[in-house]
Write a protein that binds this ligand. Structure first.
Ligand SMILES: *[C@@H]1O[C@H](CO)[C@@H](O)[C@H](O)[C@H]1NC(C)=O
Ligand SMILES: *[C@@H]1O[C@H](CO)[C@@H](O)[C@H](O)[C@H]1NC(C)=O
Length: 431
C-alpha cells in the first residue's frame, strides 16, 4: 500500500482538485520521509479516527515506571511485568506468570538472572542510552499515533496479511495467492513431532524500495495446514519494515497467530499474547551493530521451544537470554507440538511501475557469494520429544523466484546444517 492508499478523501475528476491532491501527497511524503511527522499528517486524518487511535493506544501502551529514550527515536517504556498488555487477553485472565522454563532444551542451562546477557556481541540501539529498566519491569517499545497512521487501518495495524506463507501439497511446497510475498527458505516437515527450533541468523540492513514492503529473516514454527482455518504459527527473527516502525533499521521481532493469519495474533507486543520476561532485550527494538559487506559479521541466535512441563512456548535470544513466552492458552494445534519448521527470508515485492522492486533480502547478495557477502542461517536445530536439541535433518530448500532471491544449503562441523540466502531483487535476470 503506497502513499496514495493512505489518502482518505475521494478523488474527484477536477483538475484543481487533482493538483491539490498531488501537492498534498508531496507535502505528506516530505514530512513522512524527514521523519518529522507532525500536524501535517494529522490534518489529513479525521478527528474521529485520531480519537479512536488514541483510545487504542491508551489500552496497549501501559503506564511506564520509567521511559528510556533510544538514540534512534524509540521510546522504551519500562512497564511493571504484571501489568503488561498480555494479561488483557481474555484467555489469560487467570494465567499464572511462569518465572522461568522448567527445563532448557538438552544441554542448555537455565540461568537465574539473564538480564545482563546480550547475545554474542549484539545489543540493541536503546542500550546506548545507558539507563536500564528497573527490576520487576519489562522494556516495551511505545507505539505512537504515527505508527498506527502508517497502517491501512487500526484493524490492520500490527497484523500480518493473510495468505502470506507457503503451502504444502503432495510433499512439495507451493506459493499460494502470495500477495507479492517472495521467499528463500529451508524447511522440514519431520515425521517426528517437533517441540522447537533454533538457528543463528546473520543480521543485515537490506534496503527497501517502497514503504509498504518489508524484508525479514526468521524462523517459523508451525502446526496445522496453511489451507485450513487454524494454522498456528510462531515466528521470530529480524525485520526491516518502514511501515511498521517508520524507519529502515533491522529490528528483533516476533509474531504469532492461531487462525492462519486471520484475526488472532500480531507482531511483537502489539496485541495481548506474548508475555515479556527479560528486562534487557525489547521485542521490536533495533539491533546493533550490523554486518557489513566483506567486513565484520554479526548474528543473533533465536530458540523457540515448548516447555515440556508447563506447555508454554518460550523464546530465547543469544546465549541464554529468556525473552519471554507465548502462553499455551493462546494456541490450538501448537498446544501439543509443531508439525513443520521453516527458516529463511521473506520480502514483499509490490512490482512498482510493472517492475520487480529493488528491495533486498538478507545482505542483498545471492547465496553463491558466501561468507561475509551473502547472509546466512547456521546451526539449524530442532527440539525433539525428549526436549533435546538435535541438528535439523531432512531439510529442503525453496526459492521460487531464484533469479531475484536464492538459497544454497550445506553442512559442516562448526555450522551444522546451514545455508546462505538472499538477493538484490530487481536485476537483469529479475526485471
Ligand atoms: C508542523 O508542520 C507545520 C507545517 O505544515 C508547521 O507549521 C508546524 O509548526 C509544525 N509543528 C511542529 C510541532 O513542529
Ligand atoms: C536516556 O533517556 C532519557 C529518558 O528517560 C533521556 O532523558 C536521556 O536524554 C537519554 N539519554 C541519552 C544519552 O540518550
Amino acid at each position: 500500500m503506497g502513499i496514495i492508499g493512505r489518502m482518505r478523501r475521494p478523488l474527484e475528476d477536477h483538475h484543481l482538485l487533482l493538483m491539490a491532491f498531488f501537492v498534498a501527497i508531496l507535502l505528506q511524503r516530505a514530512v513522512v520521509e524527514s521523519g518529522a511527522l507532525n500536524d501535517t499528517r494529522y490534518r489529513h486524518t479525521s478527528s474521529l479516527r485520531l480519537e479512536r487511535i488514541k483510545r487504542h493506544l491508551e489500552k496497549i501502551n501501559k503506564p511506564p515506571v520509567l521511559t528510556i529514550e533510544s538514540p534512534d527515536g524509540d521510546l522504551i517504556d519500562c512497564v511493571d511485568e504484571r501489568k503488561q498488555l498480555a494479561f488483557d487477553h481474555p484467555l489469560l485472565k487467570n494465567h499464572k506468570i511462569q518465572k522461568m522454563p522448567t527445563e532448557m532444551p538438552g544441554g542448555m542451562k537455565v540461568e537465574r538472572d539473564t538480564s545482563d546477557m546480550e547475545g554474542e556481541g549484539i545489543s540493541q540501539m536503546w542500550h546506548l542510552n545507558g539507563t536500564r529498566c528497573p527490576k520487576g519491569t519489562v522494556p516495551i517499545r511505545r507505539t505512537t499515533v504515527q505508527d498506527v497512521l502508517r497502517a491501512k487501518s487500526l484493524y490492520h495495524f500490527g497484523k500480518k496479511r493473510s495468505r502470506v506463507s507457503l503451502s504444502r501439497r503432495n510433499d512439495a511446497l507451493d506459493i499460494l495467492g502470495n500477495n507479492g510475498h517472495e521467499y528463500a527458505v529451508a524447511y522440514t516437515e519431520s515425521s517426528q513431532n517437533i517441540f522447537g527450533a533454533k538457528a543463528t541468523i546473520n543480521v543485515w540492513d537490506p534496503s527497501i524500495q517502497v514503504r509498504g514492503e518489508f524484508s525479514l529473516s526468521q524462523i517459523w514454527v508451525l502446526s496445522g495446514a496453511f489451507e485450513g482455518p487454524d494454522l498456528n504459527s510462531i515466528e521470530a527473527g529480524w525485520q526491516v519494515s518502514p511501515k511498521l516502525y517508520g524507519d529502515n533499521r533491522p529490528r528483533l521481532f516476533s509474531y504469532w497467530t492461531r487462525d492462519t493469519y486471520r484475526s488472532t495474533g500480531c507482531y511483537n507486543l502489539l496485541c495481548a499474547g506474548f508475555v515479556q520476561k527479560d528486562a534487557r532485550i525489547s521485542i521490536g527494538a533495533a539491533i546493533s551493530p550490523l554486518s557489513s559487506y566483506a567486513g565484520k559479521q554479526y548474528d543473533i541466535s533465536i530458540l523457540v521451544w515448548k516447555d515440556p512441563k508447563e506447555g508454554n512456548w518460550w523464546m530465547s535470544f543469544g546465549a541464554n537470554t529468556l525473552i519471554g513466552y507465548w502462553p499455551k492458552e493462546l494456541f490450538t494445534n501448537l498446544a501439543d507440538h509443531a508439525t513443520a519448521v521453516e527458516w529463511g527470508g521473506e520480502v514483499v515485492n509490490t512490482r512498482t511501475n510493472g517492475q520487480h522492486t529493488f528491495t533486498q533480502m538478507g545482505s542483498g547478495h545471492f547465496a553463491e557469494e558466501g561468507f561475509g557477502k551473502a547472509s546466512y542461517f547456521r546451526n539449524l536445530q530442532l527440539v525433539d520429544s525428549n526436549n533435546k536439541l538435535i541438528q535439523a535433518q531432512d531439510v529442503s530448500t525453496l526459492a521460487p523466484n531464484s533469479n531475484c532471491y536464492n538459497i544454497k544449503m550445506d553442512n559442516s562441523n562448526d555450522w551444522g546444517t546451514f545455508f546462505f540466502y538472499g538477493g538484490p531483487g530487481n536485476n537483469p535476470k529479475c526485471p
